[in-house]
Design a protein around this ligand. Structure first.
Ligand code: GLA
Length: 377
């Protein structure tokens, strides 16, 4: 990818750029908990966005997206927001750095990626983190710390892309470490790396190819439900709520909001169970909680879809250890924890059955846990 970007940079803008990359992410468990102050368990993966960037001596940013074969130019003032959605991620990162008192000068960039779009692997966080990391290195002597880099990406989503997301994706993309998952407490931002070597198991994603689109989606509505319930219960976030508190206030909460909260409160405990289980190497418990999360996301949180429920059913029928919808939902992938011995059978079954019902096979991505944002030498 680097060589290709180098050649394209030369032909579009000329000169010798610096290269940066950042990764998409998986999440083992802890879904829709980040904006509720809870725990998540993500890791960066070997699919990334890479950019070739060089200061251009003007006050303009000029971009070329290889994958879209599209160009865009914008200034760095608030009024200069580009029309193109893809470019507004990068514009947002520039603006959020400037708003925090950081420096961004004009630059040229060519970028490309292999994080599948709309698959729930956080291609947008990878893009934001790649540019946040790069602009910190190029213009700010790396003085912006990594937490702030993640928050710059998150604020970009909030203020320039219309998604009221939590911190998980950008955190994973910035802090990702090869062969490690991270347990992040989204309230305190304390985190711990967990070496992830599930000996005898594989983690595999099955992409339903149902495109998820979080902008203007029910995602923001889910968050609003959680905030309403927290307010009714008199807690800051659902992190501090218990099932007993929820039951006691049931008649003051709509049926829909109640179901959303049941899911979130249950998920908090499941993440902690998984952490304990991982310390013991108890993958059966990890898998059991993954299935329970899927059930909650499908029935109570209602962010699954028919295709993903079907992939989950196939996993269960095949005896796969754990399986669930991953990411924001409304499409995208399931994440599956599969015993090595079962792997080939499961993949073959999933392809055949899904194809028979929906007329195409799910796309298989084997997951390799990798480093997050970085300069590429
Ligand atoms: C999306 C958001 C994250 C998180 C997940 C669900 O990926 O960007 O902040 O809320 O959905 O866990």
């Amino acid at each position: 990818m680097k060589e290709k970007l180098k050649t394209l940079f030369e032909s579009h803008f000329g000169g010798t750029p610096t290269f940066y990359a950042s990764s998409g992410r998986i999440n083992l468990i802890g879904e829709h908990t980040d904006y509720n102050g809870g725990f998540v368990f993500p890791g960066a993966i070997d699919k990334c966005i890479m950019a070739a960037i060089k200061e251009n001596g003007t006050d303009k940013v000029r971009l070329y997206s290889v994958d879209l074969d599209a160009s865009c130019e914008f200034g760095l003032n608030e009024a200069d927001k580009p029309q193109e959605q893809w470019a507004s991620y990068i514009f947002g990162v520039c603006r959020e750095i400037i708003k925090r008192g950081g420096t961004v000068r004009g630059f040229d960039a060519v970028f490309s990626g292999n994080v599948p779009l709309g698959a729930g692997l956080s291609s947008s966080a990878a893009l934001e983190s790649c540019f946040a990391f790069a602009l910190n290195d190029m213009f700010n002597d790396n003085k912006i710390d990594k937490f702030e880099l993640a928050k710059i990406g998150q604020s970009t989503e909030h203020n320039y892309c219309g998604v009221n997301c939590g911190i998980m994706d950008q955190f994973a993309s910035v802090f990702g470490k090869k062969d490690h998952l991270m347990r992040l407490d989204c309230r305190s931002l304390e985190y711990k790396y967990y070496p992830f070597a599930a000996k005898g198991y594989k983690l595999v994603l099955l992409d339903s190819k149902v495109k998820h689109e979080l902008v203007d989606s029910p995602y923001n509505k889910r968050r609003a439900s959680c905030e309403r319930v927290a307010q009714t219960l008199g807690v800051e976030t659902l992190r501090d709520a218990t099932m007993e508190m929820l039951e006691a206030a049931k008649d003051k909460i709509s049926e829909e909001d109640y179901k959303r909260a049941v899911y979130v409160i249950g998920e908090k405990q499941r993440v902690l169970d998984v952490c304990d289980a991982l310390e013991r190497g108890d993958f059966e418990t990890v898998g059991d909680r993954m299935y329970k999360t899927h059930e909650g996301l499908s029935k109570d949180y209602e962010v699954s879809c028919e295709e993903l429920d079907y992939l989950n059913d196939i996993a269960r029928e095949c005896g796969v250890t754990g399986s669930r919808i991953m990411g924001g939902g409304f499409g995208g992938c399931t994440i599956n924890l599969v015993k090595d011995a079962l792997y080939d059978h499961f993949i073959a079954e999933a392809k055949a059955k899904f194809n028979a019902r929906y007329g195409h096979e799910p796309v298989v991505h084997e997951v390799i846990i990798s480093d997050g944002a970085r300069r590429v030498e």
